[in-house]
Design a binder for this molecule. Structure first.
Ligand code: 4NP
Length: 174
């Protein structure tokens, strides 16, 4: 995959808001961070009526749990609240969401495997398709590592979400 500078999106209105679902493995570290950060910048820019944000995991290990305490701590230090409860990505999410954004290639491949007929392939991206900084295409899994990994996740997520919003903005008509 390569960097996305334009999106083939329909017109985004308050009647038909853009629906975005971020996806990682457990839905307790990376995708809740992306959900919280994207919601934060949407609110900051007064666009909450035009965008709906959610997150999910490809695995069910942590269903019902709040975001990881280290993810929440780093987010809070940056003025962002993470309020999600972990849930598993469901097949019906393919239809509901306009953009389904995976954190790493394993999550991406699992989504592509679930989308057996490649019906929804144009909705599925990697978050780092939107990263303005070239390099690795994955948001590294911080779960088994130290605090530095969570800080790195926040940094990548913040700049990639800003770029995602800039890419979607031309399609919005308030
Ligand atoms: P996440 O991190 O996919 O960013 O939520 C993980 C959370 C839990 C596990 C792995 C990664 N786990 O193996 O339980």
């Amino acid at each position: 995959m390569q960097s996305v500078t334009s999106l083939d999106l329909r017109k985004i209105t308050t009647e038909n808001p853009l629906k975005v679902c971020f996806v990682c493995l457990g839905n307790i570290c990376r995708s809740p961070t992306a959900e919280g950060v994207f919601q934060h910048i949407i609110n900051r820019d007064g666009l909450s009526a035009l965008v709906e944000v959610d997150s999910a995991g490809t695995a069910a290990y942590h269903v019902g749990e709040p975001a990881n305490s280290k993810s929440r701590m780093i987010a809070e230090q940056n003025g962002v609240s993470l309020n999600s409860k972990a849930r598993k990505f469901e097949y019906s999410d393919f239809d509901y969401f306009d953009l389904i954004i995976a954190m790493d290639k394993e999550n991406l491949h699992e989504l592509q495997r679930m989308d057996r007929k490649s019906q929804y392939r144009d909705k599925i991206f990697l978050l780092r398709d939107f990263d303005p900084v070239p390099g690795d295409m994955e948001v590294p899994d911080p779960y088994y590592g130290g605090i530095n990994g969570f800080e790195l996740v926040f940094e990548i997520v913040m700049r990639s979400c800003e770029s995602l919003l800039d890419t979607a903005r031309p399609h919005m008509s308030p």
